[in-house]
Design a protein around this ligand. Structure first.
Ligand code: MN
Length: 232
């Protein structure tokens, strides 16, 4: 094989609790409107029919090594919003994965932030344009240390919370997802070939809102994973 014209960039990866090995991140899939109360607060219909998927580039990841992260306030927005979400990491992939086998693909769970330029998203929605600039910008995907299934099992219920500067802003429970983890994996695998290292951001509960420089965020998938982030 020929040499690369430029050195390849470092591969995005996440720390794994209790392991020296890391998860090499392949793709970042996200589902929108997966909690009824959040769909309502966005003025969107609550639908269980067809899931709304979008992606972030893998190098949008900001990986917490367990000591907290610094997240730069992005350019070209006046309205950066937080969305706290459970993250699912895959150990196996494939196509057309049946719901009853979907959880066998999961490596572990974490918590992250689907950071959003809400002002650009609103314009994109109005004009029928894609969401890339609203959702897939640099450093738009903070993520916690992953907790492997061997440690936490497959959580069916857990509080998903976000506090900003010590004040709770988002609170939900993963039991209230419209598409559960098995359903999301199944639906994604009908559209893309899933692979080891894929991350899935599983949607946010109600309470999204703006961030400003200096905010200190504490995200939690209670009893499983946590993330501290400072907006700079
Ligand atoms: Mn989201």
């Amino acid at each position: 094989m020929s040499a690369y014209a430029f050195p390849p960039p470092p591969h995005p990866s996440l720390a794994i609790a209790g392991s020296d090995a890391r998860l090499a991140v392949h793709r970042i899939y996200c589902i929108g409107r997966n909690y009824a109360e959040h769909a309502r607060e966005m003025g969107a219909p609550v639908e269980r029919g067809q899931p709304l998927f979008f992606m972030k580039p893998a190098d949008a990841l900001v990986a917490d090594e367990g000591h907290g992260i610094e997240v730069p306030y992005p350019p070209a927005t006046q309205e950066l919003h937080h969305e706290v979400e459970m993250i699912v990491a895959l150990a196996r992939g494939g196509r057309d994965i049946a719901r009853e086998h979907a959880l066998d693909c999961v490596h572990g769970y974490g918590v992250g932030l689907d950071l959003t330029r809400r002002d650009l998203q609103a314009i994109a929605k109005t004009k029928g344009q894609p969401w890339d600039a609203a959702k897939g910008f640099d450093a738009s995907a903070p993520a916690s240390v992953l907790v492997p299934v061997a440690r936490c099992g497959h959580p069916q219920a857990a509080a998903l919370t976000l506090a900003i500067n010590g004040e709770q802003r988002q609170h939900g429970d993963i039991a209230d997802m419209l598409f559960d983890v098995a359903a999301i994996i199944h639906e994604l695998s009908l559209l893309w070939t899933l692979a080891p290292g894929d991350l899935i951001y599983t949607g946010t509960p109600a309470g999204v809102g703006p961030l400003v420089r200096g905010d200190r965020l504490e995200a939690s998938l209670t009893g499983i994973a946590g993330l501290h982030a400072h907006i700079t």
